[in-house]
Write a protein that binds this ligand. Sequence first.
Ligand SMILES: Nc1ncnc2c1ncn2[C@@H]1O[C@H](COP(=O)(O)OP(=O)(O)OP(=O)(O)O)[C@@H](O)[C@H]1O
Ligand SMILES: O=C(O)c1ccc[n+]([C@@H]2O[C@H](COP(=O)([O-])O)[C@@H](O)[C@H]2O)c1
Length: 265
Amino acid sequence: MSQGKIVLMACGSFSPPTFMHLRMFEIARDYIHSLGIGTIVGGIVSPVHDAYGKKELVAAQHRIAMLKLALRSSGWIKVSEWETQQSGWTRTKVSMQYHQDTINKCLSELNSDAPAWLPDDVLNVNSIDEPDDLAAKLNGNVEDGVTVKLLCGADLLESFATPGLWAEEDIEAIVGRHGLVVVSRAGSDPGKFIYESDALYKHRKNVLLMTNYITNEVSSTVIRRLLRRGESAKYLTDDGVLAYIRQYRLYGALPCVTEAAARYS
Ligand SMILES: Nc1ncnc2c1ncn2[C@@H]1O[C@H](COP(=O)(O)OP(=O)(O)OP(=O)(O)O)[C@@H](O)[C@H]1O
Ligand SMILES: O=C(O)c1ccc[n+]([C@@H]2O[C@H](COP(=O)([O-])O)[C@@H](O)[C@H]2O)c1
């Protein structure tokens, strides 16, 4: 059944962004399209505030600049600076609600200012109703407007069980009111995790699980490790991101030994 217009939102550190962070948007869009369970009208990457205080979290201005470099060829995924501009860390539920409310305000009020993070197609949302959506709307199965769903990897889903990290009522609201789209690695079992959580099990219709069969062990940790050892991180993230890291000397990156050798040989 169609779930109407969807904007996928990924939250995290993105320190630095990897190809996998962005690849998961493409995987999710294809999957949702192929099942005919909604129309993806945009994607938003929302880097966390500096106050989140995770190890090796470089300043938001750098993480935003790197994300923009990595996304310069994307027509549908935008970076939202909103979380990083607040006075402190914002819980994910609050951020999702803010982005959803702002999108729907832009859609309903012709003269409202569109924020820079608004994906281009969102404003065409009323003109791209698909037959399935129209039918579902007529049957009262789909609400007008856009729903922001949380796009995440299985590790973020599993962090829901870390004692004291997420508030129970926030998990309930994120899964119940918005919905989750989880990209997991072959071999991990997020279905079991959902089964074992009362809140997730209750709203399991709102959790879409996708297995990414293309090996995807690339993480920010891996890139940082390679860089501080002076090894090549090429093809794990955008060349522009790597050039930016070197320009601003982030993550203790050493000059890449093999690249330098190739240049002078
Ligand atoms: N290889 C991957 N496959 C699927 N999802 C991923 C992958 N890497 C990161 N993600 C997801 O991207 C989002 C942002 O993650 P985050 O910024 O913590 O990246 P990370 O690479 O895991 O970082 P770090 O290595 O610094 O912990 C999370 O939802 C996370 O689950
Ligand atoms: O909203 C919450 O309660 C909450 C609790 C823990 C983590 N989060 C979010 O989850 C993301 C975790 O990012 P990372 O890099 O630690 O995997 C980051 O965007 C946090 O704001 C959110």
